[in-house]
Design a protein around this ligand. Sequence first.
Ligand SMILES: NC(=O)c1ccc[n+]([C@@H]2O[C@H](COP(=O)([O-])OP(=O)(O)OC[C@H]3O[C@@H](n4cnc5c(N)ncnc54)[C@H](O)[C@@H]3O)[C@@H](O)[C@H]2O)c1
Length: 248
Amino acid sequence: MSGPLLDGKTAVITGGAQGLGLAIATLFVAEGARVVLGDINGDAAAEAAAALGGSDVAVGAACDVSAMADIDSLLKTAIDTFGSLDVMVNNAGITRDATMRKMTEEQFDQVITVHLRGTWNGTRQAAGIMRENGGGTIVNMSSISGKIGNLGQTNYSAAKAGIVGLTKAAAKEVAYQGVRINAIQPGLIRTAMTEAMPQAAWDSKLADIPMGRAGEPDEVAKVALFLASDLSSYMTGTVLEVTGGRHM
Ligand SMILES: NC(=O)c1ccc[n+]([C@@H]2O[C@H](COP(=O)([O-])OP(=O)(O)OC[C@H]3O[C@@H](n4cnc5c(N)ncnc54)[C@H](O)[C@@H]3O)[C@@H](O)[C@H]2O)c1
């Protein structure tokens, strides 16, 4: 395989304004893709797109992944602006951590809605377009929290485990139409989401990592590139852990 891995492809990345989403967008552009960044913070998405090289390669748009109409308009932006939809990365996320005793129903619902409903919206609508157009790839952002269950994250762990089931079921439905769907389970990666965590929680996670360090966003982006590109042409319904060996 030679040349850029995503040459001429169009990728939509939710939660693309910062963190893992922005790292994925940056690597995808470097590999020849044009990207549409959807984020609840539309201004930040537009700024990120401008920094990636402007309207020839990147567009930012306001999008709440939990609203089907917002997902539809994001996907339409990709097709209207760049002519196709080849890759969808369902990455947007939030945390509302609390023990079950203290977690409110609203906190539970918010996290389930953004992650699980949001990923379902993105997977369903993107797969619908891709199968009409001969194929595509979808990458869903789960978390190691969905494999092991984390204290204080009954909402988040449930949503992230749900994304695994969703990914596998959806992959079976559309494999014969050329659409591949896979998931990533990152461990402790240095972003705004994890830097908000108390130092003691950070230190205790670090102590469990065989490689002895947190991951960097571009180390998740490289795995997203693998799953989005033909490098993974015979893979669908898989879950790749990017954890430095933690919870293997
Ligand atoms: N950082 C980690 O260690 C880690 C580990 C495992 C999984 N993840 C997952 O990776 C993804 C990205 O996390 P991150 O660390 O980059 O977080 P982050 O907080 O830096 O970025 C998340 C982005 O999602 C956007 N967003 C939030 N709600 C949204 C909505 N309803 N619609 C559209 N956009 C929305 C935010 O505005 C933000 O730009 C999340 O799904 C997260 O659960 C992160």
